[in-house]
Design a protein around this ligand. Structure first.
Ligand SMILES: [Zn+2]
Length: 125
């Protein structure tokens, strides 16, 4: 597995007010993901084109097994949705796809990051 978090130091993590990731080896994960209980939002941090980017969306549990967009594994999936600016000023459109509820096992499955990159491209376009 490639080292994807070259820039992600403990200091960066602290600045982003993310949960305690002490138990996670940042050199071994392709992305970080957590739920913010207060707002109900799902956050994803990953490296894209050598830059760290953060995605903020919602992740609704589908209560069923499905194929994960990031790792292509089969497990309990949720629908991760992000609001992006639409073509018309002030309008928003939603983009998203199925991803694992459990980001730890997702990261275990992720040997290639190309599908995750494709997802980010799709979100950001
Ligand atoms: Zn996955």
């Amino acid at each position: 597995m490639k080292t994807l978090f070259k820039e992600l130091t403990e200091k960066t993590v602290k600045k982003l007010k993310v949960p305690d990731f002490d138990h996670i080896d940042l050199k071994k994960v392709s992305y970080l993901s957590w739920n913010d209980k207060g707002s109900g939002k799902r956050y994803i941090i990953t490296e894209y084109k050598d830059k760290l980017i953060g995605l903020q969306g919602t992740c609704k549990n589908s209560n069923q097994k499905g194929i994960c967009t990031f790792c292509n594994g089969i497990s309990e999936v949720g629908i991760f949705m992000i609001e992006v600016k639409g073509d018309i000023k002030g309008s928003y459109i939603k983009r998203g796809n199925y991803i694992f509820q459990d980001s730890v096992s997702c990261n275990h499955n992720l040997t290639e990051k190309d599908k995750l990159d494709t997802f980010i491209e799709y979100i950001l376009k």
